[in-house]
Write a protein that binds this ligand. Structure first.
Ligand code: BG6
Length: 483
């Protein structure tokens, strides 16, 4: 199998926040890998822009260090890094003042694709959009890329959408949810809509319930200040888990086209039921031997922000009414493991008489060990009658696809190239983001109004015990959180 590199047009990519953490860890190393893969054409340039004083030579050193630290293993020929660094420029810029804008206007070329990556806090989005426009740095083909969090509730998301819409058309705005750039997340669509096998069974008549788990082993680390204002609901559920839920629950779009896909996702979000307070479990991790507990990590012994959330969600439409979706995500859990599990119903009649609980389970592992396992029921070998046993049909993408399966393009590099190509399929549309907040807000407002305090859970565990109860009440069990 050969991985194909789709050529892109020459571009100028300006990264506001070009010396920030995201640029260092993800954007710049990702661009370098695209360069190595031959996808950055001659005439493609990257311009870092940030508040601090720095010249282009110092920026190139900064980029080289970022690549050394986060570039990953890649077979780039000698001299390639130097070739990449030649494409780098830097401008000191003030998002809220005039400093640097004339200089940037001189650097950016009007005859190539112009993309502006807002890798800064959302409070600067409106200023940047305004100044780009005021300094004549945009035309109808220019694009902006905006990072999460896109607002912290519906009113702030609406205000951001309004601010950006004053200067850019929706077709120019690329709202990043990096989960959509993950290879295996896109595979959800391939598995569902590229196979005849699953789709006829993909509904409440055959599916008992669906579990979506995004478990992390890391704590909040140095991001305590941001995280404590967000919590797992705003940081993960409103965006990443919501996107997974949409892809697993949506109707087949008529084609793989940005608006066709996003229209179907939007319908799922709009069909989500309100969530009952007793269908939500929130948690905070306790200290482990090596790491402080959540409250200590964020420096507030009385914080009520959750580092874990589990919830039961219903979708009121013809396909899914009656099939619950159980979502959970948390920090400092037993294993880093993201997976979606579709648990099918029991047979409506067994010709083998009473045999305890056999059912098909389809598990899609998003990370790590990307792959699919389908649990099928077969005869237990040997004499002694017709005894049934469940066995896994297990496929790891890395094994099935060889080197191409193992060498997965990072979400950011894929998404940045999609911006340059002008493909919005894997980006969130404004109405989608607003619909997600419209569903999320009453849930958060509810627990704030009731003054609910999260349960505690041990670091390295599978989360609070109450989460087990959430499913036990429905006579169901969570999948094990295992790598
Ligand atoms: C980010 C969240 O969007 O996603 C983080 O802000 C989280 O809190 C991260 O750790 C998880 O991403 P990934 O790609 O490591 O699963």
């Amino acid at each position: 199998m050969v991985s194909r590199v789709i050529p892109v047009d020459p571009f100028d990519l300006v990264i506001f926040g070009g010396t920030g953490d995201l640029a260092r860890r993800k954007i710049l190393p990702g661009l370098f890998r695209r360069f190595c893969a031959g996808q950055m054409p001659k005439g493609a340039r990257v311009i870092g822009a940030a508040r601090g004083d720095m010249d282009s030579a110092a920026y190139r050193d900064f980029v080289a260090e970022a690549i050394a630290e986060f570039g990953g293993i890649h077979s780039c020929e000698e001299g390639t890094l130097a070739g990449f660094l030649e494409r780098m420029e830097f401008v000191t810029i003030d998002a809220r003042g005039d400093k640097g804008w004339d200089e940037l206007a001189k650097l950016v070329r009007p005859d190539v694709v112009r993309a502006y990556y807002f890798s800064v806090g959302p409070s600067l989005f409106a200023d940047l959009a305004h100044r780009l426009n005021a300094h004549g740095l945009t035309d109808a083909d220019s694009r902006i890329v905006v990072e999460k969090p896109f607002g912290r509730d519906l009113p702030s998301a609406k205000a951001l959408n309004r601010d950006l819409a004053m200067h850019f058309d929706e077709s120019q705005i690329y709202r990043i949810d990096h989960y959509l750039g993950k290879e295996t997340v896109q595979n959800l669509m391939a598995v569902r809509f590229g196979n005849m096998l699953f789709e006829p069974l993909w509904n409440s008549q055959y599916v008992d319930h669906i579990q979506i788990t995004v478990a992390e082993t890391v704590g909040v680390g140095g991001r305590g200040e941001y995280y404590d204002k967000s919590g797992a609901m705003r940081d993960m559920v409103q965006n990443h888990l919501m996107q997974l839920l949409c892809l697993i629950a949506m109707e087949p779009p008529s084609k793989f086209d940005p608006d066709a896909v996003r229209d179907e996702k939007l319908k799922v979000i709009r069909a989500l039921d309100d969530v009952e307070p007793y269908h939500i479990v929130r948690g905070q991790y306790e200290a482990s031997e090596s790491e402080p507990g959540y409250r200590e990590a964020v420096g507030d012994p009385r914080t009520r922000t959750e580092s874990y959330i589990a919830m039961k969600v219903g979708i009121s439409n013809w396909r899914w009414a009656g099939t619950p979706f159980y979502l959970r995500t948390g920090k400092m859990l037993k294993a880093r493991s993201s997976e979606i599990t579709v648990v099918f119903k029991e047979l409506n009649h067994s010709i083998f008489g009473e045999q305890s609980d056999h059912r098909n389970v389809l598990s899609i592992r998003l990370q790590p060990n990307e792959g699919i396992t389908l649990g099928v029921t077969i005869k237990e070998p040997g004499p002694g009658g017709m005894r049934l046993v469940d066995v896994p049909l297990d496929m790891s993408f890395a094994e099935a696809l060889g080197a191409d399966g193992a060498d997965q393009t990072d979400a950011y590099e894929r998404l940045i190239m999609d911006v340059i190509r002008g493909n919005q399929t894997l980006f969130m549309r404004g109405d989608e983001v607003e619909a997600a907040w419209a569903w999320t807000d009453p849930i958060i407002n509810g627990w704030e109004a009731r003054g609910e305090v999260p349960k505690t859970y041990d670091a390295g565990s599978e989360g609070p015990v109450d989460a087990v109860q959430l499913l036990a009440r429905d006579t169901r069990v969570w999948r094990k959180v295992a790598p």
